[in-house]
Write a protein that binds this ligand. Structure first.
Ligand code: PEP
Ligand code: MG
Length: 752
């Protein structure tokens, strides 16, 4: 059963034309389930009906014409109830609707199941039979499983079916998750990930001659690579090991693979997609074999495919000069990519994966770069160098925009600039409410750019320096000397104010190219302090460099990330003390000892605040991770982005408890997650009693403006009401209402 199911779904997703794919699907399901009819209907939400798209059993004239209203007939009932309906005698059912043109008089039993994608019914799959009988449990289970698997393939149909949109529409609009506010207008530049056929989205381009040429060149290059590899290794490894290259070369020469790829290209697939379809097909045939040795050859085939893919991608993207300005586009935009392209004309970011709290989005906000995340329907292979508008407020991406749209966006940019000008007026005023409650606004930093700007906007120190960022754009760990130079630069940016440096926080979604970590659950794995305690040599070197840099400035605070218990704090403090004493001896003088604090981002620490308070000098809440761990929702996963919400009552109550407890134990408290940079978030935190808010430089003046316009009294009323609400939605509605009443609606519209 499983094999049949897999086969049906695979064939469906490999078929280029949607109507052909649906036609094959119904025929295969009808035959697999040995029934008399199988049909598929797709939902049209504008017309509020299901359209009969394909059927093996109903009259062919009705296909593409017959519609059934969302509230009509058995099909409508399946959609309304969002569950399977299994009836032995359909005509006797009170919801049965007679539709003469489908000619179903002889069909008595009916089993229909909804096809649901992201909670929305997108279609109905049904089978019918002459015998008036209920379908059995296995049949029902098969249809339900098939529908669940089809949902994803169907939802992606738009992308996979490969309508070449440029031929049909003046411009293409796609929507992702708003990752960082602002608008970028520039050509797109696609950065290709490491070649991986399995993760490659299917695309059509309808340019077969050119695609065939690309494919042949890539094959040629791959053959040359194999020859060079086996030459290099001959004499170093035995002949058996070299046989693998021989086998690869034979596979490359195999007329079948090349021929089949060409055939696929002729039907409109781009070379990469055609290669993927053929390699998948062969690999699956090998995977299904009984004999282990042969079964394992599937991975050789995939490897070969990836090597050809790599060469194909190199042909397209290698040596392409960077345009003066561009929007960086990649399947997975990473923090290290941003670090690499930050000074090279990057105006915005578009990532097919990730969400608004991925580190890439956070960095984009810190740099004032508009970003769109999780826009998975973007056909990477078709958009390189195309002009685009990336709207980081709404998450809309417009490809090849027309003049009127460009004008509209120019107007929006002007409005946004006017708001920035308005808030700049308070940059050098203190952050204090009209009734006299002060709060410190400090900077989140990590990129070399931005210090100058942040002084201008009125930050009074650095609340979070993410040291991992400079570790990223390089090929090995930096030396103590190199680190000392970086840290001096940071400490000197605010020589009379505290600068909080966080020790290396890699793992999760932040990888170092020269220290790869592969884990099933990276956010729950080897991350932050867990790594550095396991590698004291890295930790000691870093804190030595920090303290060495600080011997001149004396404004350093050291902050430990991802703390989950007191032992980690004790171990880290012991190492810091060791480094301190070593350094004093080396320098022959007592140098300034930094204050040590911890990040509160693992929920478990909320229940250990008393013990932690005895060990450190300050707490800083990492609300980005605290939200992720408290709500058990991956901050990087676009699929669950709607659940990730700092305004969730559980998060607000946890933040409030932390503030109450920290006051009780007299520990200074700050918050350095993204919540601090939102006007409503800042007001709530102010009311809770946070002493310091740390945010990116672009939001400091704005938050200051808000603080200076709202009385503490009013903020407290907002907080006490917000804490009584039961859902995140209620909290959002309430806070937006309040901001409108306070005359701060412009800030919500500006996407802050
Ligand atoms: C946080 O988790 O809120 C935080 C500030 O750290 P990061 O976003 O770097 O994980
Ligand atoms: Mg964190």
């Amino acid at each position: 059963m499983l094999t049949t199911l897999r086969k049906i779904v695979l064939q469906f997703s490999q078929e280029p034309e949607l109507d052909v794919a649906l036609k094959h699907l119904v025929t295969q399901v009808k035959s697999a389930m040995q029934t008399d009819c199988c049909s598929i209907y797709l939902a049209d939400y504008q017309q509020q009906h299901f359209l009969l798209m394909a059927s093996d059993g109903l009259a062919s004239d009705s296909l593409g014409h017959t519609t059934i209203g969302f509230t009509e007939g058995l099909v409508g009932l399946v959609g309304q109830r969002e569950e399977p309906l299994n009836v032995a005698n359909a005509k006797a059912h009170p919801h049965f609707k007679h539709t003469p043109e489908v000619q179903e008089e002889e069909l008595n039993s009916f089993l229909g199941t909804p096809i649901i994608h992201q909670r929305k019914v997108i279609g109905i799959l049904s089978i019918q039979q002459r015998d008036a009988r209920s379908f059995n449990e296995n049949e029902e289970a098969f249809l339900v499983t098939l529908a669940a698997q089809l949902a994803m393939a169907l939802a992606n149909a738009d992308k996979n079916i490969g309508v070449n949109y440029q031929e049909h529409r003046p411009f293409q609009q796609l929507t992702g998750i708003p990752g960082s506010p602002g608008v970028a207008m520039a050509p797109m530049m696609v950065i290709q990930p490491k070649a991986d056929l399995q993760r490659l989205p299917l695309q059509k381009v309808y340019a077969s001659v050119e695609q065939e040429q690309r494919f042949h060149k890539a094959v040629l290059k791959t053959r040359v690579d194999f020859e060079a590899m086996s030459l290099k290794l001959s004499g170093v490894v035995g002949q058996e090991s070299l046989d693998i290259f021989e086998m690869y070369k034979q596979l490359l020469d195999s007329a079948n693979i090349g021929h089949e790829v060409e055939e696929k290209i002729k039907t409109g697939w781009c070379a990469e997609s055609a290669l993927k379809l053929v390699i998948d097909h062969y690999a699956m045939q090998f995977e299904a074999l009984e004999e282990r040795y042969l079964r394992e050859r599937a991975s050789d085939i995939r490897d070969l495919g990836n090597r050809i893919l790599f060469n194909l991608q190199q042909l397209s993207f290698e040596e392409e000069p960077l345009p003066e300005e561009f929007i960086l586009v990649a399947n997975d935009v990473t923090a290290s990519m941003i670090a690499e392209y930050q000074h090279k004309g990057m105006k915005g970011i578009v990532s097919l994966t990730g969400s608004n709290n991925s580190h890439a989005a956070i960095l984009a906000r810190a740099m004032g770069l508009p970003a769109i995340m999780g826009i998975n329907a973007l056909p990477l292979n078709q958009v390189n160098q195309q002009p685009a508008i990336a709207d980081g407020y709404s998450g809309d991406l417009f490809i090849s925009p027309d003049n009127s749209l460009i004008q509209e966006y120019r107007h929006l940019i002007e409005e946004e600039t006017a708001l920035s000008e308005k808030v700049k007026a308070v940059a050098h005023q203190p952050a204090i409410t009209p009734d006299g409650r002060p709060i410190e606004l400090v900077l989140n930093a990590g990129l070399s750019a931005g210090f100058e700007h942040s002084q201008k906007v009125g930050a009074v120190g650095i609340g979070l320096y993410r040291t991992e960022i400079p570790f990223m754009n390089r090929s090995c760990f930096p030396s103590e000397h190199e680190q000392t130079l970086w840290y001096k630069e940071v400490l000197s940016a605010f020589p009379t104010q505290a600068v909080t440096m966080r020790t290396l926080d890699v793992g999760g979604d932040k990888a170092l190219p020269y220290f790869p970590i592969t884990e099933d659950n990276p956010f729950l794995g080897w991350r932050g302090i867990r790594i550095t305690l396991d590698h004291p040599e890295i930790f000691l070197l870093q804190v030595r460099a920090m303290m060495r840099a600080n011997s001149e400035y004396k404004n350093l605070e050291v902050m430990l990330p991802m703390i989950s218990g007191v032992t980690e704090v004790d171990d880290a403090v012991r190492l810091i003390n060791q480094a301190y004493h070593e350094l004093c001896t080396e320098l022959g003088q007592r140098i300034a000892k930094p204050r040590i604090g911890i990040m509160l981002e693992v929920p478990g620490v909320i229940y250990q605040l008393k013990e932690l308070a005895q060990r450190v000098d300050f707490f800083s809440v990492g609300s980005n991770d605290l939200t992720q761990y408290l709500l058990a929702v991956d901050r990087n996963n676009a699929r669950v982005a709607n659940i990730y919400d700092y305004y969730h009552p559980a998060v607000l109550r946890a933040l409030n408890t932390i503030a109450e407890e920290s006051h009780k134990y007299l520990v200074p408290l700050s918050l350095c997650g993204e919540l601090a940079s939102e006007p409503a978030g800042a007001l709530l935190l102010l009311a809770m009693g946070y002493d310091k808010l740390s945010m990116n430089s672009y939001n400091i003046a704005r938050v200051k403006w808000v603080i200076r316009h709202v009385k503490m009294q009013r903020a407290k009323v907002m907080l006490s009401h917000a804490l009584t609400l039961t859902t995140a939605k209620q909290v959002h509605n309430y806070l937006n209402e309040q901001l409108e009443q306070l005359g701060l609606g412009g800030f919500i519209r500006a996407g802050m």
